[in-house]
Design a protein around this ligand. Structure first.
Ligand code: ADP
Length: 447
């Protein structure tokens, strides 16, 4: 087992990892920018190292500074969390080259899944169903038009280096192709430094269903069921639930079995999430995330497993302590991502937290690094808390969620709590009747 783990992240996920480490008797090292000197993840860690100025590019993305921090503090392993360097194959390699353990998959698998075209080709070889589209990159407007005519409009062009929906544009007809192609190319170039694009059939009313997997270094793979992350705004998840209200037991077993077999064939290790669109009873692979996801707590709630502990155990080389039959999905869980944003305009509003009172009670979990008197720096993601409620049924979960949102006090800044309150009161949500376009229609972005 490791004695000391460096956590290469900030905010709620740094705390989440710290908690798992401390339960396992592992010491933690926090890293932080100058803007985060008073952050909760720094306060809770056993040691901390300042790694640079506020801009993430010079601190949380500064690989050399993070590796130096691990070396000087004598850490044995690095946990990257999500975002930042979590899907950076070069960083994983650097960590290993310095004799430390990267708590995650191999650099080879990170690289493979980080390139959307290679990821799709791999998924196809592994027997997973794909969205119809280009087999490689599309390099001209003419090529987009020709392919779209073949598979049928509407289509979507997406960035090969994609993430967070950036560089993604819909094309309803041939006359929109040129503008969309140029816009997507510019956006992809700005966001990823890579303007390579690919094309997919645009599915009109899918749900976003993702399968959580857990694998060790010895060929053992299990899946932990699905999460439904269809409620999105600008391709960003807002609320997630498990199990999905849209899947039946046979669909769940079918896709879970396919993903498990695929991951075993790939020789994958660690936690990972295979994402699909699901429409009219069919699944279509879109991407794989080779890291812990923001929404992992809903899976923890229905499986009663600690995914970070499992990640750390697997990273030490230990075999999984369970087989598929040991995994029983119980009850229901919902996560609300609470952002420091105006609930109507979505304008970010970082600032000083004057009052803080999180909800509690049976089936309520709050993952957040906020505290009363904390001043949120403006440089990072606006997500400030995850409220995760669980219950024996979806109905119980909804009642608990409503009362927890009522109880939650975050004073001094605007948050998206009112959006969640409105959303969970809507009959479509109560019925579980929504697709990936539902939320944008609800907040008035689409008609
Ligand atoms: P990124 O890596 O940029 O997040 P994804 O491929 O994961 O890109 O897609 C993000 C979101 O975009 C999906 O959850 C879904 O809402 C939407 N999307 C992606 N591909 C399609 C498609 N072919 N048809 C319709 N919507 C899609």
């Amino acid at each position: 087992m490791f004695d000391k783990v460096l956590i290469a992240n900030r905010g709620e996920i740094a705390l989440r990892i710290h908690r798992a480490c401390h339960e396992m008797g592992i010491q933690t090292v926090a890293v932080h920018s100058t803007a985060d000197a008073n952050a909760m993840h720094v306060r809770l860690a056993d040691e901390s190292v300042c790694i640079g100025p506020p801009q993430a590019s010079q601190s949380y993305l500064n690989m050399a500074a993070i590796i130096s921090a691990a070396t000087i503090t004598g850490a044995n392993a690095v946990h990257p969390g999500y975002g930042f360097l979590s899907e950076n194959a070069k960083f994983a390699e650097m960590v290993e080259d310095h004799g430390l353990t990267f708590i995650g998959p191999t650099p080879e698998h990170i690289r493979m899944m980080g390139d959307k075209i290679v990821a799709k080709q791999t998924a196809e070889q592994l027997g997973l169903p794909l969205v119809p589209g280009s087999s490689g990159a599309v390099s001209s407007v003419a090529e987009v038009k020709a392919l779209a005519a073949k598979i049928g409009f509407p289509v979507l062009i997406k960035a090969v280096a994609g993430g967070g929906g950036r560089g993604m544009k819909g094309i309803a007809s041939a006359d929109q192709a040129e503008e969309a192609f140029n816009l997507a190319q510019a956006e992809a170039k700005a966001a990823f430094g890579n303007d390579s694009l690919y094309l997919e059939k645009y599915l009109g009313h899918p749900r976003h269903i993702e399968i959580q997997v857990l694998a060790d270094n010895h060929g053992n793979v299990v899946h932990l069921g699905e999460r439904d992350c269809s409620l999105q705004r600008r391709h960003q998840k807002v609320l997630e639930e498990a199990p999905s209200p849209a899947l039946n037991e046979s669909q769940r077993r079918r896709i879970g079995g396919q993903v498990t077999a695929a991951m075993r064939k790939l020789g994958y290790r660690g936690v990972g999430t295979v994402e699909f669109l699901f429409q009219d009873g069919e699944f279509y692979f879109i991407e794989m995330n080779t890291r812990l996801q923001v929404e992992h707590p809903v899976t923890e709630a229905i499986t009663r497993l600690d995914l970070v502990r499992e990640q750390i155990r697997v990273a030490t080389g230990a075999p999984l302590g369970l087989v598929q039959d040991d995994i029983v999905l119980r009850g229901h869980a919902i996560e609300c991502r609470i952002n420091a944003e105006n609930a109507e305009t979505f304008v970010p509003c970082p600032g000083r937290i004057t009052d803080y009172h999180p909800p509690g009670g049976l089936g309520v979990r709050v993952d957040s690094a906020l505290y009363s008197g904390y001043t949120m720096p403006p440089y990072y993601d606006s997500m400030v808390a995850k409220l995760v409620v669980s219950g024996t049924s979806r109905n119980e979960c909804l009642m608990r969620l409503r009362r927890s949102l009522e109880e939650y006090v975050i004073g001094g800044i605007d948050t998206t709590i009112p959006l969640h309150q409105k959303l969970i009161a809507h009959p479509d949500f109560i019925d579980g009747n929504y697709d990936i376009n539902w939320l944008e229609r609800f907040v008035g972005l689409k008609t």
